[in-house]
Write a protein that binds this ligand. Structure first.
Ligand SMILES: [Zn+2]
Ligand SMILES: [Zn+2]
Length: 431
């Protein structure tokens, strides 16, 4: 049999089923706890109780057994007598229509594969499968129809989650990646490590990093909208830069997952913060430990792991175990952007940021800012040889005109839709 594989939009989701089906019927109650459902192809709602053929029943038994220690429930909603006769064709196994939540995708694939592999062994002959499945995610669902060999189905299905995930993100629907999803990724990574599949483990690391970047960026955006915790946002933006930097070594991204957008927009946001000076630490790192093997590093005793490289889905970094601080310097272009100087009694002015953020509704709105120097209005009409308005007592041309203290930053914003000039005159900074 030639493989056929097709994907189409579906209107069935767990939510739509729950709405449609009455809780009164005992066999519908289970629906509320299910992650995987076995559905009839048609008209099952007219039956008083679910009816199903032998093979379907055996599949459900198999599935329930397999799921004993896994975080998923399977439930049966079945009326597939139409397919009963087909089961007699020994070379094609008809798996009933399955619907599952995206989060249990790998588990569901495993169930079907194990079931069919078992049958093949039992019958001692190759069989093809015919299967329709619906995968739901965030109220959306896709129907996947397949007929062909189980191995091809497995391969096709395993390549799906990424597409599903892409879809959401590439459409620019800002959304926080949930803990459950991180857990799912972590599980896949452990599985890969256990089976010695380092390539997959490292792929999962990339997805984890991208998800982390997304969450940080979306959180930073909403905190900015709340006009609170500016310094925390600043730190988050600095972390995003670092994460993107380490990801780039391993992942050649164009604008997939909007990473380039996030990277450049982080820089634009940073321009709007009033921080101009940072502390910088000069120090000697005396001893470090490898994060992969835990060994103390020395020239004589290299552990073989390279900083920044991936090992079994983790990036190697150095933990500093001994450091000697030599000096703290005040710098304007720091390596470490966290070290914002806070002076007691002085508050930073975030008016520029707070005013501008009003213009944005979505973290993925496109905008940029150009900073140009304009003359401070106070100095506009002052003659070169007149006393300097700053009150120093010397001539303007020898004072602020020479030092550039008479110029100020002017921020020009361009937004995706139209160019606006909200006339946001930024103060230099208030320290
Ligand atoms: Zn090591
Ligand atoms: Zn002056």
């Amino acid at each position: 049999m030639k493989d056929t594989f097709s994907i189409s939009e579906s209107s069935i989701t767990f939510d739509s089923l729950r709405k449609e089906l009455s809780r009164d019927k005992p066999y519908f109650q289970e629906l509320y706890n299910a992650d995987i459902l076995v559905l009839p192809y048609k008209s099952f709602k007219e039956y008083n109780s679910p009816v199903f053929s032998e093979e379907t029943e055996s599949f459900v038994y198999h599935a329930k057994n397999e799921l004993l220690n896994k975080p998923a429930n399977i439930e049966l909603f079945m009326q597939d007598d139409k397919y009963e006769e087909l089961e007699l064709h020994a070379d094609t196994v008809n798996i009933p229509l399955l619907i599952w939540d995206y989060l249990v995708h790998p588990i569901a694939i495993g169930l079907v594969v194990n079931y069919v592999t078992g049958l093949i062994k039992q019958r001692n002959q190759q069989v093809d499968i015919k299967l329709e499945s619906i995968i739901t995610k965030n109220e959306k669902s896709r129907k996947i129809s397949f007929s062909g060999s189980i191995n091809d189905w497995k391969e096709a299905m395993e390549s799906l989650p990424k597409d599903f995930w892409d879809d959401d993100i590439l459409n620019g629907n800002p959304r926080i990646i949930e803990d459950e999803e991180f857990k799912w990724l972590a599980d896949r990574k452990s599985e890969a490590v256990r089976s010695g599949d380092e390539t997959t483990a490292n792929e999962v690391w990339k997805i984890e990093q991208i998800s982390g970047i997304w969450n940080m960026y979306i959180n930073a955006f909403s905190t900015l909208k709340e006009k609170s915790n500016h310094q925390e946002v600043w730190n988050t933006l600095a972390q995003i830069e670092i994460k993107i930097g380490s990801l780039r070594k391993h992942y050649n991204f164009s604008n997939q997952y909007k990473l380039l957008f996030i990277e450049s927009t982080v820089r634009e946001f940073q321009k709007l913060f009033p921080y101009k000076f940072f502390t910088s630490r000069e120090s000697i790192i005396k001893e470090t430990r490898c994060s992969i093997c835990g060994q103390i590093r020395s020239l004589r005793n290299p552990c073989g792991h390279i900083k920044g490289e991936l090992y079994n889905g983790e990036m190697c970094y150095r933990e500093i175990t001994d450091i000697e601080l030599i000096a703290i310097a005040l710098v304007s272009n720091p390596v470490d952007k966290y070290a914002v100087i806070n002076i007691q009694g002085k508050e930073y002015n975030y008016k520029l940021l707070d005013t501008f953020i009003e213009n944005l509704t979505n973290p993925f709105d496109e905008w940029k800012v150009d900073i140009i120097k304009i003359k401070d209005p106070v100095y506009k009409k002052v003659g070169r040889n007149k006393p300097c308005p700053c009150g120093s007592g010397i001539k303007y041309k020898r004072c602020c005109m020479k030092s550039g203290n008479d110029m100020m930053d002017h921020f020009e914003f361009s937004l995706q839709k139209d160019m606006i000039k909200p006339d946001l005159i930024g103060k230099r900074f208030i320290l």
